[in-house]
Design a protein around this ligand. Structure first.
Ligand code: APR
Length: 313
């Protein structure tokens, strides 16, 4: 019997890492360790201390620490990886593959030694290729390694639909599947507002525009920020996944998951609806797709497979 809090390791204490630390602390998910490279250890320690000092205001007791030493994340229950470089205006996520692959290899080697039992959520882009590299280098079971993309892309789609209809975002259900890039597949056939099909509420032209905006939503933020990419919503999305795992919620959340025949696809990571609970990715759920959606999903899978085949592990 142990009454220890779960341990959450955040690898990368940059923009997303810092916001995740705050959100995880406010949700009282566990003790949090922010880890960065030695040159940025001060950033990790500074952000951790800054959040610790907000504890009396928010009223929780979780410990938040910063480090550059993997010994401090040993035995973590959940590891969320943002280590890497974000894109700048004009770049696609795929442009990051070379530089971020080197970083993911380094992180994965350390996680293999120090956090063999963790549930690992990768955020670093290009997401589908980086989560593949993480699993291959660590050798962790495929259901214990996944990528954060679908919760974020779906949240963007849901927000745009809710905004267009002027209804509560919590009323809008919609999912985005496929690769975390321009080929992603927003599903309209099952999207609904309180059970009412979205296709009966918004005309086709407007829906097409919302789908196009969803596909480019990350780029829209990069264009505005100019110095980096989105960080509040990616942080919220990954923490939502960690919460479902730590609380054994078994919530249906779209994630980059290892496919083993689902959707007639096999042997790589790809955005699909999953059940996240204490077992990690407990199930990949197959939802009914229209013919157009199925075609788009396979086209997206082709794009991801090409990128994955090109990486040297
Ligand atoms: N080990 C640990 N941390 C590392 C390493 C490494 N080998 N290499 C880089 N980092 C750290 C950087 O020092 C930096 O603090 O990763 C952090 C990344 O933070 P930001 O540059 O602020 O990037 P962020 O916006 O958080 O995005 C991180 O997520 O969404 C993706 O495309 C995005 O790949 C990018 C990642």
């Amino acid at each position: 019997m142990t009454n220890k809090r779960p341990k959450i390791a955040l690898i990368g204490a940059g923009q997303i890492g810092g916001v995740m630390a705050l959100l995880a602390a406010q949700k009282e998910l566990g003790d949090i360790v922010l880890l960065d490279i030695p040159q940025a250890e001060g950033v990790a320690k500074g952000k951790a201390l800054d959040i610790q000092e907000s504890r009396p205001i928010d009223g929780y007791d979780a410990e938040i620490t910063g480090t550059s030493d993997y010994a401090d994340v040993a035995g973590a229950d959940v590891v969320i990886v943002t280590a890497g470089v974000p894109r700048k205006p004009g770049m696609s996520r795929d442009d990051l593959v070379e530089i971020n692959l080197r970083i993911i290899r380094d992180v994965a080697g350390n996680l293999k030694t120090h956090c063999p039992d963790a549930f690992v959520i990768v955020i670093t882009n290009p997401l589908d290729a980086m989560v593949y590299a993480m699993q291959q280098v660590t050798g962790f079971p495929t259901h214990k390694v996944c990528g954060m993309a679908g919760v974020l892309d779906s949240a963007r789609l849901r927000y745009f639909l809710a905004d267009a209809l002027d209804v509560s975002t919590s009323n809008v259900q919609a999912m985005v599947l496929g690769g975390h890039g321009d080929s992603m597949v927003p599903l309209l056939s099952t999207a609904n507002v309180g059970g009412v099909p979205i296709t009966t509420l918004i005309d086709e032209d407007r829906l097409d525009a919302i789908v196009a905006r969803t596909r480019k939503a990350g780029g829209e933020i990069v264009g505005l920020l100019k110095t980096g990419s989105a960080f509040f919503s990616p942080a919220a999305a990954a923490i939502r996944m960690a919460e479902s795992y730590l609380k054994d919620e078994k919530t249906l959340l779209p994630a980059a998951a290892w496919l083993d025949g689902e959707y007639d696809l096999r042997g790589f990571y790809f955005g699909a609806p999953t059940i996240i609970g204490a077992g990690g990715i407990e199930k990949v759920v197959e939802v009914p797709l229209s013919d157009t959606e199925r075609e788009a999903l396979h086209a997206s899978a082709g794009a991801v497979q090409t990128l994955v085949e090109g990486i040297q592990l």
